[in-house]
Design a protein around this ligand. Structure first.
Ligand code: ADE
Length: 346
């Protein structure tokens, strides 16, 4: 099959089967950049409501650059990988200070900005700047490894083969659509497990299919064992308020509002109230980078809302729907509140 034919079939497939996603109606690099940062490590369905809320709160790069960092963190809470949110604002401030607020679209310029690496610069420059660049993420690596029969690590030995093929494809035009077509194709047809080769318009072209090795390609790195850790957390409830704590600098999730929690090997945070009446303990797991943390949370009721110490704040339980906690804490809180209702103690 000719590359030109492949390119044509791919764009036609995209017209028919591409997903209507909120960032696809946007052309401004700010909105495209935001979508690409949110979509790193996070599923499309999870991102959509965050994306819409975030753009409403911070409609342009200057608003984001000037916003209190706490507000930015709040809007990000629940999306995970919080260094993205910190870099996000740093990047907005760089654009404000070094580019007079005009978000760049050139690949080389984008690479200079915080939080923007090769993949993100390729995605933004192709989608918002029409540069002929392939944006290789894990999904595209999978498709191209299969098409080309590359068995080597697509991030290492296999990269050059994949990248040069991808660049040729992008050079044929509409690189932004080529990238997004491949992302959707990876999501609907060329799935990691059990790909839908029966629906694939490229089945005749695909080396992996021809050699019956779709399940062996792409190369998969051996899984790293996660390190198990134990952490303690506290739910303090008083007068329908929950005590939240700002994660200290230098700790994991620094700057984020969360339940007060600390690793088994750390001291509990300074200013944590004296224990109240304990009503339950629950355990959930949370994952941070390559650590799996057993998070044991004691829930206590305090008679009165003590004046919060530095770094603490009482949050009305009703306000929790606007300010979500990180997912594991939300789950622990939900379990605790359920147990409380079960006992009709409130
Ligand atoms: N993942 C990363 N970027 C994406 C995009 N623009 N559309 C869909 N999924 C994506």
């Amino acid at each position: 099959v000719q590359l030109k034919e492949l390119h044509r079939v791919l764009l036609n497939w995209y017209k028919k089967h591409g997903r209507a996603l909120p960032w696809r109606t946007r052309t401004d690099p700010y909105a495209i950049w935001l979508s690409e940062i949110m979509l790193q490590q996070t599923r499309v369905e999870t991102v959509i409501p965050y994306y819409q809320r975030f753009l409403k709160a911070f409609p342009d790069v200057i608003t984001l650059a000037d916003a209190p960092s706490d507000e930015v963190m709040k809007m990000w809470t629940g999306l995970g990988y919080y260094s993205r949110a910190r870099n996000l604002q740093k990047c907005a401030q760089s654009v404000r200070d070094s580019f007079r607020g005009v978000f760049p679209t050139e690949f080389e310029t984008l690479l200079e900005l915080p939080g923007i690496g090769d993949y993100t610069a390729s995605a933004i420059s192709s989608i918002a700047g029409s540069e002929p660049r392939i944006a290789l993420d894990g999904n595209l690596e999978r498709i191209l490894s299969r098409w080309l029969g590359v068995r080597e690590n697509p991030k290492k030995e296999g990269r050059l083969t994949i990248l040069s093929f991808g660049q040729k494809l992008a050079a044929l035009g509409s690189a932004g659509d080529v990238n997004q077509a491949l992302m959707d194709f990876a999501n609907q047809v060329c799935l990691p497990k059990h790909p839908r080769c029966d629906l694939c318009p490229f089945a005749n072209f695909c080396s992996a299919k021809a050699t019956n090795s779709v399940s062996e390609i792409p190369y998969r790195a051996p899984k790293k064992e996660k390190v198990l850790l134990l952490a303690h957390g506290r739910i303090f409830i008083a007068n329908n308020h929950l005590l939240i704590h700002r994660r200290p600098n230098g700790a994991w999730l620094a700057g984020l509002w969360d339940l007060p929690w600390w690793l088994e090997t750390e001291r509990s945070p300074k200013g944590l109230p004296k224990e109240g009446r304990r009503f339950t303990t629950c355990a959930v797991f949370r994952t941070i980078t390559h650590h799996k943390i057993r998070f044991e949370v004691e829930a206590h009721i305090l008679g009165v809302k003590t004046k919060p110490k530095d770094g603490f704040q009482w949050l009305s339980l009703a306000a929790l729907s606007d300010l979500p906690l990180p997912k594991p804490s939300e789950r622990a809180l939900e379990m605790a509140l359920n147990s409380l209702e079960g006992r009709k103690q409130i």
